[in-house]
Design a protein around this ligand. Structure first.
Ligand code: DAH
Length: 392
């Protein structure tokens, strides 16, 4: 509601104005009032508009000001035209008309000037907001790191790279032929029982059966099918077995397979290579040993042991008690290996009389657990950052 008396709501006669000089003086007052208002800073203009305006106090003050002065019905100019000009006596009409015109021109020009300057400052403020302050600290995002199994995989790969091996990979979904038969494990062979296996549910009519590979050994066959000797490869990857999860078993885990085949590879090359790897991985001070074992695809087959890295092979812990890790034996079983069984060469069309070689298959998770003192394989698969962060 307007609280200020508005002379333009009255006629000139009501204001007691009778001659042209008084008319000019009254117009000058109106003009001064406009000049005063338009020069106000925005917040004062807003205050004034709330107090004085009939129109649009909710609008921004510059628009209110414009409505207040040039609004078509209730603007000051419209009021002057209605209340001063139209009822003016004939003698005053020309002077009122010309004063009104001058005032109109003046007000329009000033309002336009104001509009332009407001636009300019708004633009400047917007670009100041968009400006990038390079001195501010950036957003720090946590950077991930390699999983410990991945780190160990790379450690193992680097050791084998240094002696001329390269990396190959194979599918995690296999046929029984590659997973078993071509590795000299025929259908009713008892070792299949050790590998309770995940077979895939396939759509009717699809060629099968297919299974999740139980070891990385099928990639030996796939590699020898594609390459002629010399072959020197390692095969890292995931394998799957229907094991119940506990501290040392998981239905998915990682192996790294090794295969070296050439025309003159001996058992000495085999033991030398394995020993080199183990000492590089665990440190020069460890001792190694073989025990006879059995795998259908190697002959002879061995289990490879390393002197206990926890008790230094003594079988006794620091407190004098029996070492819990090697159960007092001083040895820790590491992995299976052997000289490639000549029967396997038959499946890949290698001449068993001309070539010889060795193979090994290690549990990568197990090696990681031994080297980094982790006593539960499950932590590798739980993705708990409190564990992962310990191996940045
Ligand atoms: N494939 C075997 C397993 O998963 C491990 C293995 C043993 C691989 C001897 C080999 C090998 O290449 O020579 O139990």
């Amino acid at each position: 509601m307007p609280t200020v008396d508005n002379p333009t709501e009255k006629t000139l006669a009501e204001l007691g104005i009778r001659d042209p000089l008084e008319v000019a003086a009254e117009f000058a007052k109106v003009r001064d009032r406009f000049d005063f208002q338009i020069a106000l800073p925005a917040d004062e203009m807003r205050k004034l508009m709330l107090q004085e305006a009939w129109l649009g106090s909710e609008l921004d003050p510059a628009t209110s000001l414009r409505n207040f002065w040039v609004g078509r019905k209730r603007g000051v100019l419209a009021l002057i035209s209605d209340n001063w000009l139209k009822p003016a006596p004939t003698v005053l009409k020309p002077v009122v008309g010309s004063e009104l015109n001058k005032l109109k021109v003046h007000i329009e020009a000033k309002l336009e000037e104001k509009r332009l300057s407001l636009e300019k400052t708004a633009g400047e403020q917007a670009s100041a907001k968009d400006r990038i302050d390079l001195s501010l600290p950036g957003v720090i995002r946590p950077i991930g790191s390699h999983h410990l199994v991945r780190t160990v995989m790379q450690e193992i790969e680097d050791i084998f790279f240094s002696i001329g091996f390269s990396v190959v990979e194979g599918p995690e979904i296999e046929t029984p032929y590659y997973n078993f038969e071509a590795l000299n494990i025929p259908e009713h062979h008892p070792v299949r029982d050790d590998m309770d296996t995940f077979y895939l549910d396939l759509p009717k009519g699809a060629p099968g059966p297919l299974l999740l590979r139980t070891h990385t050994s099928p990639v030996q066959i796939r590699t020898m099918e594609k390459r002629q000797p010399p072959v020197r490869v390692i095969v890292p990857g995931k394998v799957y077995r229907r094991d119940n999860p506990d501290a040392t078993h998981s239905f998915v885990f990682h192996q790294i397979e090794g295969l070296a085949v050439d025309t003159d590879i001996t058992f000495c090359d085999f033991t030398g290579t394995i020993e080199y790897f183990v000492k590089q991985f665990f440190g020069e001070s460890v001792k190694t040993r073989f025990r006879p074992s059995y795998f259908p695809f190697t002959e002879p087959s061995v289990e490879f042991d390393v002197s206990c890295i926890f008790c230094g092979g003594s079988g006794t812990g620091a407190s004098g008690a029996t070492c819990g890790k090697c159960k007092g034996s001083g040895w820790i079983e590491l992995f299976g290996a052997g000289m490639v069984d000549p029967a396997v060469y038959g499946f890949v069309n290698y001449d068993a009389k001309k070539v010889s070689g060795f193979a090994f298959g290690m549990g990568m998770d197990r090696l990681a657990m031994l080297k980094y003192g982790i006593d539960d394989i499950q932590v590798f698969f739980q993705n708990d950052v409190r564990f992962l962060r310990q191996f940045p």
